[in-house]
Design a protein around this ligand. Structure first.
Ligand code: GRF
Length: 198
């Protein structure tokens, strides 16, 4: 079987992407899972994650959404770039664009996202501040399948993180993010093991 390609989409710092790339190398996904991170694509030219990927010799591309007149034309360009790699799996890692039903349908069953809350609680933005304000004792992060409804697909993995009395949204975000870096590679390994014919 041909090596299974994973394409990662980012918009910013790319720390989850870097954690996935690191796990792929340390755990030798190419040998044991017949999979590799084939490309990293950003919708923002300034995304710090692009440099992190380039240091690892991973091909990168920028599809800058502001250069496209509509969401549809942006997504067409994005899909064309992604599909060059015929990916088995497309991983959203801090990718900050809402995706249309058509795009999601095209990658149905092979599109994952990480969201910084214990879904179904706190979909959308500012999750850590909202969890603190709601008086939650725990929050966390969720890896889920992407469907046309925002932050609403089947849950594949979760990690819970306690909210401490002195937490601000920044301190909490930092602790949750360090757990995301463990969970996201683990969830991808599980996905690759379960879908071992793709
Ligand atoms: C993470 O908190 C992730 O859960 C959310 O966006 C953030 C991305 O961080 N979707 P990074 O770009 O992976 O560092």
């Amino acid at each position: 079987m041909q090596t299974r390609n994973i394409v990662i989409l980012i918009s910013g710092s790319g720390s989850n992407m870097a954690a996935i790339v690191d796990a792929a190398q340390r755990q030798q996904w190419q040998t044991y899972l017949n999979a590799r991170v084939a490309a990293v694509i950003s919708n923002r030219p300034s995304a710090d994650g692009l440099a992190l990927a380039q240091v690892q010799n991973i091909p990168t591309a920028i599809i800058d959404h502001v250069q496209y007149e509509s969401r549809t034309t942006f997504e067409q360009a994005l899909s064309a770039q992604i599909d060059q790699y015929q990916p088995s799996l497309v991983v959203l890692a801090g990718f900050m664009r809402v995706l249309t039903a058509d795009f999601v349908h095209h990658y149905a069953g092979r599109l994952l996202n990480i969201h910084p809350s214990l879904l179904p609680a706190f979909t959308g933005l500012n999750t850590h501040q909202r969890a603190i304000e709601a008086g939650c004792k725990f929050t966390g992060a969720t890896v889920h399948q992407v469907t046309k409804d925002l932050d609403n697909g089947a849950i594949l993995d979760q990690v819970a993180v306690p909210i401490l009395p002195q937490d601000t949204s920044e301190t909490l975000a930092k602790r949750v993010l360090s757990q995301e870096h463990i969970m996201y590679p683990r969830a991808i390994v599980n996905w690759l093991q379960i879908h071992n014919t793709r």
